[in-house]
Design a protein around this ligand. Structure first.
Ligand SMILES: Cc1cc2nc3c(=O)[nH]c(=O)nc-3n(C[C@H](O)[C@H](O)[C@H](O)COP(=O)(O)O)c2cc1C
Length: 169
């Protein structure tokens, strides 16, 4: 397999983190978490409201340096929760800070039933990258941590990621 890096952001329940870890376990890829310098504060609803303002304004929060550099990898899986029908602002910061030319990107996201245009937005932001094995995983509509997408579907996706990476050698 070509070297793969998994980069993810996760805020509410660790839903996206859970998927990222499943992918990591199956592929042996390196993994790095995106974290904002300033942590979100307040209730869930406070952050939902703040998130809406940030998405509406195209806000890109400052993020911490990652454990691994995407520049060292051919394939980068990028995972995000859905925030107001797009990627979380911290992921936008990250994607805009990298050179995607010639890279292969695997966009994956979690959502509560309103997936919007997350995958398209990731693809449009990663200019010059090839996008494969896109995946949307639904959790419960109340913002909780119950996965609605059948586990078998997620496993199937993970297998397809493994196959695609192996073919690139
Ligand atoms: C600020 C904010 C905005 C959200 N917007 C959406 C949305 O537009 N569509 C949707 O289906 N879920 C939305 N959700 C729910 C999350 O996408 C969902 O619970 C996700 O699995 C959380 O992942 P995490 O635990 O990795 O943070 C939103 C959650 C937050 C906190």
């Amino acid at each position: 397999m070509k070297k793969m890096l998994i980069v993810y952001y996760s805020w509410s329940n660790g839903n996206t983190k859970k998927i990222a870890k499943m992918l990591q376990k199956a592929t042996g890829a390196d993994i790095a978490e995106i974290e904002t310098v300033k942590l979100y504060e307040g209730s869930y609803q406070d952050v939902v409201d703040q998130g809406q303002r940030e998405v509406d304004n195209g806000f890109q929060p400052e993020i911490r340096p990652l454990a691994y550099s995407a520049a060292d990898y051919d394939v980068i899986a990028v995972g995000t929760p859905t925030w107001w029908y797009t990627m979380a602002p911290a992921v936008l910061t990250y994607l805009n800070s990298q050179n995607w030319n010639g890279k292969t990107v695997i966009p994956f996201m979690t959502n509560g039933g309103w997936p919007g245009h997350v995958i398209k937005d990731i693809q449009n932001t990663c200019k010059g990258a090839r996008s494969i094995c896109e995946m949307e995983i639904q959790f419960d509509p109340s913002g909780g941590d119950h996965m609605e997408t059948p586990n078998a579907k997620v496993e199937e996706w993970i297998e397809s990621v493994k196959r695609s990476c192996e073919q690139q050698i």
